[in-house]
Write a protein that binds this ligand. Structure first.
Ligand code: NAD
Ligand code: IPM
Ligand code: MN
Length: 368
């Protein structure tokens, strides 16, 4: 196989800070494991707007289509909030997802033992938690037409449209069933079939795919509002959850707090398998650019580091190396290394972003 290629898009705010730690880990794999990557770097989000007047330059979009995987930090910032909608940093990320057709967004929420008492929920509710949220990422209300703000008489009206075709529902359902088979063999589908026609179709299509292709997987359905309640009441009842774009956005931030911090949650956004058998793929932490802590060396790099572990597993067939990196993170946490978002004890000294990176590299060295 030729050297695998990676496009790194650090983005805005804490994006470049956490990505810096991932770059050190990529170098470590090249030096110590002979796993070389051809790495290129480019702009997305507010920094791309500052340079090119657009949150994603066409050349960057074209590069993203060519590489084996994209790693993204985060986009956005208050200085861009008043920009025209089409120029906002978030549009750059949404364009990548849409044009690469990354319809299955895997957002695992795993509670590391060392952090079981860091969640805002009781320890026994979250300890040992290991769930996977599969969020549909290229359709639904994020992309449905019509959309916009129009004038109706003397009033402005804001419009977004929830729209799903059956093939869009079926393909993300298949991704979720496949994952369930490799895990606890249980899938819960969440929508609001009680109030939305698109939710009725969602439930029908998931049921059809189940009966025709995955009858061996245990399937349940839940209204998404009740699902949010169940996720905080007893999250360990779930294995894999499949849901739409907007509900998946909300439920995955909620799930982040089951693990102790939003700074812990990685994600993989995957398309259909290509000719080489691999999916088009983008890996990014679930968190945003965290303007409140940007530039202060306070950001937790673990979500971004674990996103690279997902790249090793899902894009490069390096499951054992992904395990190695995840175990290194587990060890660092067990050793008590904590960035500020994970600190509870008054007066304890938090690790900086780069000190947390140092600790992961040391744990990787120790794993050899
Ligand atoms: P956010 O995720 O940036 O921050 C929410 C809170 O979590 C903040 O208090 C922040 O300090 C904290 N936090 C987030 N990541 C952290 C980390 N790694 N370590 C320590 N603390 C962390 O969400 P927000 O404040 O609602 O949004 C800020 C900007 O980020 C907005 O412009 C938004 O659109 C954008 N955003 C981008 C992405 C992305 O690029 N994928 C995701 C979410 C939000
Ligand atoms: C996420 C973010 C994005 C989303 C924004 C930044 C476009 O919140 O990745 O969770 O809403 O999907
Ligand atoms: Mn989000």
């Amino acid at each position: 196989m030729s050297t695998p290629s990676l496009l790194i898009l650090p983005g805005d705010g804490i994006g470049p800070e956490v990505m810096q730690q991932v770059r050190r880990i990529i170098d470590w794999y090249g030096d110590k494991r002979g796993l070389k990557f051809e790495v290129s770097e480019d702009l997305v989000g507010g920094c791309a707007y500052d340079k090119h007047g657009t949150p994603l330059h066409d050349d960057t979009m074209a590069k993203a289509q060519e590489v084996d995987a994209v790693l993204l930090g985060a986009v956005g910032g208050p200085q861009y909030d008043t920009l025209d909608f089409s120029l906002k940093p978030e549009r750059g990320l949404l364009r990548l997802r849409k044009e690469m057709d990354l319809y299955a967004n895997l957002r695992p929420a795993q509670c590391f033992d060392a952090l079981a008492d860091f969640s805002s929920l009781k320890t026994d509710v979250v300890s040992g938690l290991d769930i996977m949220i599969v969020r549909e990422l290229t359709s639904g209300v994020y992309f449905g037409e019509p959309r916009g703000v129009i004038k109706e008489g003397n009033e402005r009206v804001g419009i977004n449209t929830q729209r799903y075709t059956e093939s869009e529902i079926a393909r993300v359902a298949r991704s979720a069933f496949e994952l369930a088979r490799k895990r606890g063999n249980k899938l819960c589908s969440m929508e609001k079939a009680n109030v939305m026609e698109s939710g009725v179709l969602w439930r029908d299509v998931v049921t059809e795919v189940h009966q025709a292709e995955y009858p061996d997987v245990e399937l349940s359905h839940m209204y998404a509002d009740a699902g949010a309640m169940q996720l905080t009441r007893w999250p360990k009842q779930f294995d894999v959850i499949v849901t739409d774009n907007l509900f998946g956005d909300l439920l995955s931030d909620l799930a982040a707090m089951l693990t102790g911090s939003l700074g812990m949650l990685p994600s993989a956004s995957l398309g259909a398998p290509m000719e080489n058998g691999r999916p088009k793929a983008l890996y990014e932490p679930v968190h945003g650019s965290a303007p409140d802590i940007a530039g202060q060396g306070k950001a937790n790099p673990i979500a971004c580091i674990l996103s690279f572990a997902m790249a090793l597993r899902y894009s490069f067939d390096q499951g054992a190396e992904a395990d190695r990196l995840e175990k290194a993170v587990e060890k660092v946490l067990a050793d008590g290394v904590r960035t500020a978002d994970l600190l509870q004890a008054e007066g304890a000294k938090p690790a900086s972003t780069s000190e947390a990176g140092d600790a992961v590299l040391a744990a990787l060295d120790a794993s050899l």
